[in-house]
Ligand binder design. Structure first.
Ligand SMILES: Cc1cc2nc3c(=O)[nH]c(=O)nc-3n(C[C@H](O)[C@H](O)[C@H](O)COP(=O)(O)OP(=O)(O)OC[C@H]3O[C@@H](n4cnc5c(N)ncnc54)[C@H](O)[C@@H]3O)c2cc1C
Length: 464
């Protein structure tokens, strides 16, 4: 039996962050991965999705080049080349991750990890198995796409994100079931690549966890580009017809397309973990139950990332991996404030936010102040030719009526995901509008807009 101070099961962002952080602290660490190091994020999630969105952005930029006085013939699309570029980036990052783990002397076991009693992990690989005795264990087995009853995923005409990201040809038409972050990214990408796209969402609006004004901007922008948006619709099934799949709706209507993309969230993946003999408990939706330090019911066993009921984001997984290791090391780490984590959605226009929406802030704080400015009046946005969108800031209303601590920063527009940094810091640093307004924003930049909103909150707006 091999023994390690820490054994991490699952080599996605949450698991490898725990392994790297523990190794950096001097622990003897093992990482068990049944498929590919890097997990969903690297192979079928964040990286390939953003890479293909970039292909779509370049395609669009070339098509629109005439407005900048750059003459080009209309662009063509070579999906095989796009896929090769995507794969090249994944391979480079995967190899970098492997080297990093090796440099930190993390022992990597290939196989399925199962947690038994007494913090023992069995690694099964075909007929062989290795037994590991573990000082501590971190479970980081992630998630897999959810599917819908009545909608059979065949991997060709009806796909999830797993297959869509290996797309070999752009379909003439696509129906995206689900208007959350991933659904909106896919709808935007397919539309920019030339598909006729419809989005079906069961809730009353796209991007339901974003501020209402932000999702309204996305909806308007999608509609302007010809993306059909149906909200408040329930998908009841999907039929195969001679002309392709047809999605059936609860109201008796149906939508046909060449490709159906099921994007209705992800469910925790614990089936192969063998937890039965342990005190690790799952909740009613299958997530591993943890406390605020990611500790499970079994002493010395933690769970992090998509397998627990926290925002399913790679960077939240990183933070949880680091938190669990901090707790193992007895460093008294601060629990994660999930209400203030950064959210980034890479559709066009991009969306990024941290902290409370205006509605949530009103619910928690009663009276709040909110202010916004639009990119249509921002010089840099005009220069880059993307003037859709706005920056909105929500703050506490002080007893004298002035704006106090920032509670939420919400962006929709060009490069919003790259602009969120200062808003995220301001919210988490509990900065006030006045403190933020004093800082100088470089000119001309897109991020000036955030500074401008902070200034308006102090009543001393410069440009509006
Ligand atoms: C299309 C798409 C786009 C996304 N875009 C973003 C984005 O832009 N930003 C963002 O922050 N997040 C994004 N996400 C979410 C992000 O990918 C996940 O939140 C993140 O990958 C979760 O990390 P994890 O380590 O918890 O799990 P995973 O990445 O799912 O990794 C779990 C790993 O555990 C392994 N495993 C499972 N069971 C066992 C076992 N018993 N033994 C051994 N190994 C096992 C799996 O093979 C896998 O490698 C996206 C997801 C998708 C699908």
């Amino acid at each position: 039996m091999n023994s390690h101070q820490l054994v991490v099961v699952g080599g996605g962002p949450a698991g490898y962050a725990a392994a790297l952080s523990a190794a950096a602290s001097g622990m003897d660490v093992a990482l068990v991965e049944k498929s590919k190091l890097g997990g969903t994020c690297l192979h079928v999630g964040c990286i390939p999705a953003k890479e293909l969105l970039e292909t779509a952005a370049v395609f669009r930029t070339v098509a629109d080049a005439g407005q900048f006085g750059v003459m080009s013939s209309s662009p063509g699309l070579d999906m095989a080349a796009a896929q090769r570029r995507k794969q090249g980036i994944i391979d480079k990052l995967a190899s970098g991750l492997g080297s990093l783990l090796a440099r930190r002397k993390v022992t990597v076991y290939s196989g399925v990890g199962r947690l038994g009693t007494g913090r023992a992990v069995e690694v099964g690989n075909g007929g062989d198995s290795v037994e590991l005795a573990c000082g501590n264990v971190v479970l980081a087995t992630g998630s897999v796409p959810r599917t819908l009853e009545g909608v059979e995923v065949d991997g060709r005409h009806v796909v999830t994100s797993d297959e869509l990201l290996s797309l070999e040809e752009v379909p003439a038409s696509a129906v995206v079931i689900g208007g959350g972050a991933i659904g909106c990214e896919f709808a935007s990408m397919l539309s920019d690549l030339g598909s006729r796209v419809a989005v079906l969402e069961a809730l009353p609006r796209l991007l339901a966890n974003a501020d209402k004004e932000i999702s309204r901007v996305v909806k308007r922008s999608f509609a302007k580009r010809g993306i059909e948006i149906r909200t408040d619709v329930r998908v009841t099934g999907c039929e195969n017809t001679a002309d392709g799949p047809r999605v059936l709706l609860g109201n008796g209507d149906s939508v046909s397309a060449e490709l159906v993309v099921v994007s209705v969230g992800r469910r925790p993946h614990t089936e192969e973990l063998g937890l039965d003999a342990t005190a690790v408990r799952l909740d009613s939706r299958g997530y591993v139950e943890v406390d605020e330090y990611c500790r499970t019911g079994e002493a010395g066993v933690y769970a992090v990332g998509d397998v627990i009921d926290s925002p399913q984001l790679a960077h939240v997984g990183f933070a949880e991996g680091i938190l669990a290791v901090g707790d193992i090391c007895g460093e008294n780490p601060l629990p994660i404030d999930y209400s203030n984590v950064p959210w980034c959605i890479y559709c066009r226009p991009e969306v990024a936010f941290a902290g409370l929406t205006e509605a949530a802030a009103r619910e928690t704080y009663g009276d709040v102040v909110a202010s916004k400015h639009r990119f249509s009046s921002n010089g840099r946005a005009m220069i880059v030719g993307e003037t859709e969108g706005l920056a909105k800031v929500v703050a506490v209303r002080n007893p004298d009526g002035s704006a106090g601590q920032l509670l939420g920063v919400h962006l929709v527009g060009p490069w919003a995901t790259e602009q969120l940094g200062q808003g995220y810091l301001a919210v988490n640093w509990e900065a006030t509008a006045g403190e933020v307004a004093r800082f100088i924003q470089p000119h001309p930049t897109l991020s000036e807009l955030f500074g401008e909103v902070a200034m308006s909150l102090t009543g001393r707006s410069l440009h509006g």
